[in-house]
Design a protein around this ligand. Structure first.
Ligand code: NAD
Ligand code: G6P
Ligand code: MN
Length: 441
């Protein structure tokens, strides 16, 4: 079998070690020759790279690893670019969350003003990586999960319409794992799902087992009582904020009893609740810096100091195996059914054809083939129209360097109560993002 070369863009990400371990676990069905790490922060990446080199030498000596900040070295001769960059890193995530909160508005990484702010930074970084890939490995595919995926996907649709970039999110996968566990299945792969929406803004309409038995009633019954949490009352994650999100899915689901919601809808349906339950001085960014970032970099430093990865607590991100599924679908034309963020083009028949929607697709060597969704109900359609307006206006604002359009985007977000609050938040965000956003006129 051919051995693939992969670039991980955002090599210094907290997710890189888990993804490398996950790739190593799948070498039999997805053989790898070389993994290259690329990051524009060489120091941050070096710690991850040095630790992963030791780990690879012990667990998969045949797989080569190199790390570079030089685009040519990092992007030439590769088959796939797996991208998870965070432009502005956690320092700017913290601003995205804290600035809106200061104005009494939801402060979240990908939803509302925080997502818009992050989007205005991410577009430049993601386009740069697409361009490096096309320059140095024109046949490669980019599997992108850099956030905010909705805005990034709209930007690449519009500004790089012919590039081989696939945008994907792990939230539906994570929720499907919880659903499967909660109704006693071994794996989400025992379920065949119908789902539609925008990224971080969607609904399951049908879930069946492989024999066609309807699983929706039992999953809905569970969600009506416990949200996506287990019924033992025990917490799923270490972190309080995620447990709250999974539980809150119960209230989110109550808005439409026939479907099952993406957890991110809580920010749009219950913004007042979210703000009340946020700490203006300690947001998710602080939680992640004190938790995942400290842990991952601490483990890497231990590996480097000890010269061995034996006994490390770094674990496989098995949860990210959808990335291998996606790469295999393209490499081997498997036609796997996966949720992808693609241009609507009539798949949702009563919705904007150029919207980037998240829907089931069959993925093969030509890329994703969207499955038809048909008509969607007024409630979801109206919400999605408003949100897609936010996303498109953000990309237009980026492209045209338009203050006016970004103000409109913020005003249109369901999370923002008025145009005057939108303007106050915008002015603070401009100040905070000086280094990253295009200058607005
Ligand atoms: P992180 O800050 O630990 O890692 C991001 C890395 O990207 C950093 O090392 C940073 O230096 C690098 N970077 C920033 N700008 C860059 C650029 N222009 N070129 C190259 N490298 C650049 O962040 P993290 O928490 O590990 O998350 C990484 C990304 O993955 C984020 O965008 C996050 O939102 C995303 N993510 C997405 C999903 C999904 O469902 N789509 C799931 C998990 C994480
Ligand atoms: C989910 C979402 C991602 C998001 C992540 C945030 O996985 O699908 O898009 O980046 O959650 O996680 P964090 O732990 O960084 O808050
Ligand atoms: Mn996501």
């Amino acid at each position: 079998m051919k051995k693939f070369n992969i670039t991980i863009a955002g090599g210094g990400s907290t997710f890189t070690p888990g993804i490398i371990l996950m790739l190593l676990d799948h070498l039999e069905d997805f053989p790898i020759d070389t993994i290259k790490l690329y990051d524009n922060d060489g120091d941050r990446q070096q710690t991850i790279a040095d630790a992963c080199k030791i780990l690879l030498s012990e667990r998969a000596p045949g797989v080569k690893l190199l790390a570079s900040t030089d685009p040519k070295t990092a992007f030439e001769n590769v088959d796939f670019v797996m991208a998870h960059i965070r432009v502005g890193k956690y320092a700017m995530r913290e601003q995205d969350e804290k600035i809106p909160l200061k104005h009494g508005v939801v402060g979240q990484e990908t939803c509302g003003p925080g997502g818009i702010s992050y989007g205005m930074r991410s577009i430049t970084g993601v386009l740069e990586i697409v361009d490096y890939m096309e320059q140095y490995s024109p046949d490669a595919w980019m599997l992108n999960y850099s956030n905010p995926a909705a805005i990034v996907a709209e930007a690449t649709r519009k500004l790089r319409p012919h590039s081989k970039i696939l945008n994907i999110c792990d939230m539906p996968i994570g929720i499907e794992e919880l659903m499967a566990t909660n109704i006693g299945l071994k794996s989400r792969k025992e379920m065949v799902v119908k789902y539609y929406g925008l990224n971080h803004f969607g609904w399951w309409t049908d879930i069946r087992d492989k024999s066609g038995n309807d699983l929706m009633p039992s999953i809905i019954k569970h969600v009506e009582q416990f949200g996506y949490s287990t019924d033992t009352g025990s917490d799923i994650e270490q972190e309080a904020s995620w447990n709250d999100t999974f539980k809150k899915a119960r209230d989110v689901q109550a808005l439409d009893k026939d479907t099952l919601p993406n957890t991110y809808l809580k920010y749009y349906f219950f913004p007042d609740y979210v703000v009340e339950h946020s700490n203006k001085d300690y947001t998710r960014a602080n939680e992640v810096m004190a938790g995942r970032e400290k842990f991952v970099f601490g483990e890497c430093q231990k590996i480097i100091a000890q010269g061995t990865a034996k006994g490390t607590e770094l674990t496989i991100d098995e949860h990210a195996s959808y990335i291998v599924d996606l790469a295999r679908a393209i490499a081997f034309n498997t036609k796997e059914r996966m949720l992808m963020i693609v241009e609507n083009k009539g798949a949702i028949s009563n919705f904007e054809p150029t919207a980037m929607v998240e829907i089931p697709c069959l993925v093969g060597s030509e890329g994703p083939e969207p499955l038809s969704v048909g008509e969607i109900p007024r409630f979801q359609k109206s919400l999605m129209e408003q949100q897609v307006g936010v996303e498109k206006l953000t990309v237009e604002a980026y492209e045209e360097q338009s203050y006016q359009k970004l103000w409109q985007a913020l005003t249109l977000s369901r999370t923002v109560p008025s145009a005057s609050v939108a303007k106050d938040i915008l002015d603070d965000l401009i100040e905070a993002n000086k280094e990253y956003w295009p200058e607005l006129k």
